[in-house]
Design a protein around this ligand. Structure first.
Ligand SMILES: [Zn+2]
Length: 303
């Protein structure tokens, strides 16, 4: 089996100010993900003839324009999945009732916006724990895709939070336990603790390469251009599922009203054309290697 699912977390621009511990700059295009990126992502998907799985944050759908964009995407065959109500980076530190509210009301907001209930979930910031899985089980969620067993990413994120703190700011990001780095890299049923196999929810881990488990996500696929993107993807050819996770910001650049992020969010310095070229190089290689492109919901049904 060779399946590839391309999913996109539609984290709206204010989240990036929060990650860097910056005050919100109202001159920035704060709705650029729904206003600009979604159309660009759909054009990319059309060119590459692949379906997307779009992870939406419930609160963003209070904007009618955002809800309409999402509904149109569903009508065109893309899957809409749940990325929680408010994208609380500290979801795992909330009490159980608030965790349940964040997940259930995220799904409610999506159902109201697009007319169909999501079946998949992704936690904010790849940070999840057993309590979140318990709630997902109670709510009858079909799959989760949050586990990112990637030492290089974990180290970089830990360093970034410390770097931001050293400058007197406080990032809203938190890191998962390092035990997650021992989690399976292929789809598995979670046990307790969740980085071990069991008979719980189906987890579709975020993609890493074989061997050194390098990160195969949009940030790194777009940062160094097409050659590095191909090399990263080649490191996972042969896996039964290649779970490529992107963010809306991966198809935006500073020219999209994001000058205010240029200093801290370095990937907005890469021109959007170069980012899209790198993503297409990754998709092309996978197709040449015999991969079929599916939504995460379809992938989940096969595992
Ligand atoms: Zn997110």
């Amino acid at each position: 089996m060779r399946l590839c699912a391309v999913s996109v977390d539609l984290d709206e621009i204010p989240n990036y100010f929060q990650i860097h511990g910056l005050a919100l700059d109202s001159s920035a295009a704060l709705g650029a993900v729904y206003d600009v990126a979604v159309d660009r992502l759909e054009a990319m998907a059309r060119d590459a003839a692949l379906p997307l799985t779009l992870f939406a944050i419930g609160a963003d759908l209070a904007r009618p324009e955002a809800a309409a964009k999402l509904r149109a995407a569903l009508d065109r065959g893309h899957e809409i999945a749940n990325h929680s109500l408010d994208h609380r980076y500290d979801l795992t530190r909330l009490d159980r009732a608030e965790i349940a509210r964040q997940i259930a009301e995220g799904a409610d907001a999506i159902a109201r916006a697009v007319g169909e209930r999501p079946v998949g979930f992704r936690a904010p910031g790849y940070t999840i724990n057993d309590a979140v899985y318990d709630v997902l089980g109670e709510l009858g969620v079909a799959y989760d895709s949050s586990v990112f067993p990637c030492p290089a990413y974990w180290g970089a994120k830990t360093a970034a939070i410390a770097w931001i703190a050293a400058r007197g700011r406080r990032s809203r990001s938190i890191v998962d336990t390092p035990s997650v780095l021992t989690a399976p890299t292929r789809p598995y049923r979670v046990g307790t603790p969740y980085w071990k196999r069991g008979d719980g929810i189906l987890e579709l881990p975020i993609q890493v390469t074989r061997g050194p488990r390098l990160p195969v996500i949009g940030t790194y696929l777009t940062w160094w251009g097409a050659d590095v993107a191909r090399r990263l993807v080649r490191g996972c050819v042969g896996e039964p599922l290649v779970n490529l996770e992107l963010h809306g910001i991966d198809v935006l650049d500073a020219g999209d009203g994001l000058e205010a992020l240029r200093k801290n969010q370095r990937d907005v310095r890469v021109p959007k054309e170069k980012k899209l070229e790198a993503l297409h190089a990754a998709f092309e290689l996978l197709r040449r290697e015999g991969y079929s492109f599916v939504t995460l919901r379809e992938a989940a049904a096969r595992f």
